[in-house]
Each structure stands twice: as C-alpha cells, then as structure tokens.
Write a protein of this length. Structure first.
Length: 276
C-alpha cells in the first residue's frame, strides 16, 4: 500500500488536532477527512472510503459502536479506537484483537497501533477484521437474557467501571515512572492546547488530553468548571472574592486564586450554596 488514507472521528477539535499531529510524522499517511460526530463519520466512510478510521468511542448521539452498526461491520475500514476508558472497553478490544488508543497516549503507542493497522491491511485481513468488529458489537450489547428457568447470569466478582462512571485515579508519567494520582487529591486542572495540567498540592502533572475529554470522566459532584480552561475541586474552594460586579475569583485552600468566567458564575454559586 503506497499511501494510507485515514479518517479522523472525534467530537473534540483539540483531540482531532492531536491525532493529526501524530499522523503528520508519517510521510505515507494522508488525512482524507475529519468528522465531529458519528453521523458525519458514517457519511464520510461511505463517500471517502478511507483505509483506516481513528474512531472515538464516546460521542454524543451516535458513538463509535453506533458508527460500526450503521456502516456494517463487514463494510467498515480498519479501525483504531480512541478511548478515554482503560477498563471494559480495552478488555473488549483486546479480546477481539482490535487496535485501540487510550487517552492520553504516547507517540510510541500511537506508532505501534498504526504499524499494526498497516500490517493487517497489507495482509488483506479485511474480512477477518469485519468478523472481529461484529464480535465486538455483540459483546458491547451485553449478554443475552437467559431463557426462563435458567437463572440470571452472574456478573464477574470484580466488575470494572463502565464508560460514563467517574474515575477515582489517573495514571501519569513522572520521569521514567508512571504513578497513580487519586482524583480526590487534585486541587485544580488547567488546560493548555491539547494538554491539561493537574495541580496536586505543590506538584504538577501533565496529561496529553483535552480538558473537555477529562471533564467527562470526572465526578460532576466533586469537580466544577469555572472557566473554559479551568476545572476546580469543589472541596478545595475556601472563598469567593467578588473583586467587581463582573469579576469573581475563587480562592483555594492552597491560596491559589482562579478567575471565574461570567457565564459560569451562577453555576458555581449554585453548586456551593448561594448566600442569601
């Protein structure tokens, strides 16, 4: 295959930019299109016929699995799933040998997934990939309801969290190590392009992920977005300073001061219990 045409599907513009940047290091790759949601993806797959789709799992209305159902597993191009969840989704992908990337991913992991996709395409495994996607869809739909009198199926004793449930820890790189950071220990999170910085006491950890993608995985009862580029842990808020009728500043227990955007002020005050 002289050139690999790739379709990017992710509802986050920064995530698509990150994927495009990762692909730009490969001279034999052409990005044939970008899609903001599952509906656009179905149409683009039919019209552009890409060799490979980098497909986000979690999208509004029509998610990654929905895209495969709409197109048909047998007619889907090769797929590398992109997911923020490293529990049930990854186990399902592994089971059916479907490539995946867990956000945030390292360049080496991205290159490995792309290499595997290239190999499969060169070896003409389109039919086999279709079978695996069909099997993945069957697993994603859940187990069949048992016939009457057979008894209900028992869940595994240590069932992992499903997509949509808030996470309780994050894996971050510290030098040559990877460490687990309890989400409850995070004071606040700031965005910088396609990266976020976790502020944990006097430490900072950078993740290659958009703020919106990370926000979707956080406990909405614990974390609140006070600005387009800032999320704070509600339990770390000590005071609100109203520096002017239009300017509000959050003061954390660490002494950190963070500006609240006017559009998010009311939401924050309701969460904290607005003073009468």
């Amino acid at each position: 295959m002289a050139e690999l045409s790739v379709l990017l599907v992710d509802d986050e513009p920064l995530a698509r930019r990150g994927l495009r940047q990762a692909l730009s290091r490969h001279a034999d790759v052409t990005v044939c299109g970008e899609c903001r949601d599952g509906r656009e993806a179905v149409s683009a797959i039919h019209s552009l016929r890409p060799h490979l789709v980098l497909l986000d799992v979690q999208m509004p209305e029509l998610d990654g699995f929905g895209v495969i159902r709409e197109v048909g597993a047998a007619r889907m191009p090769a797929v590398i799933f992109v997911t923020a969840y490293d529990t049930f989704a990854v186990r399902a992908f592994d089971m059916h040998a479907v490539d995946y990337l867990v956000k945030p991913f390292a360049d080496e992991r991205f290159d490995e997934a792309l290499h595997r996709a290239r190999q499969r395409l060169r070896q003409g495994e389109a039919v086999e990939l279709g079978r695996k996607l069909a099997a993945l869809l069957a697993d994603a739909a859940g187990p069949a309801v048992p016939a009457q009198g057979t008894g209900a199926a028992e869940p595994p004793p240590s069932e992992p969290a499903r997509p949509g449930e808030p996470m309780d820890r994050l894996l971050v790189k510290v030098g040559t190590r990877s460490v687990l950071v309890p989400v409850a220990d995070i004071d606040w999170i700031g965005a910088d392009d396609y990266c976020v910085t976790l502020h944990v006491g006097d430490r900072e950890h950078v993740l290659r992920e958009s703020l919106a993608a990370l926000e979707s995985r956080l406990d909405a009862e614990r974390f609140v977005r006070i600005h387009r580029s800032v999320i704070v842990n509600v339990e770390r808020i000590r005071e609100l300073h109203h520096d002017s009728p239009t300017e509000t500043v959050v003061v954390l227990s660490t002494g950190q001061r963070l500006r609240v955007s006017r559009t998010r002020k009311d939401v924050l005050e309701r969460r904290l219990g607005r003073a009468r």
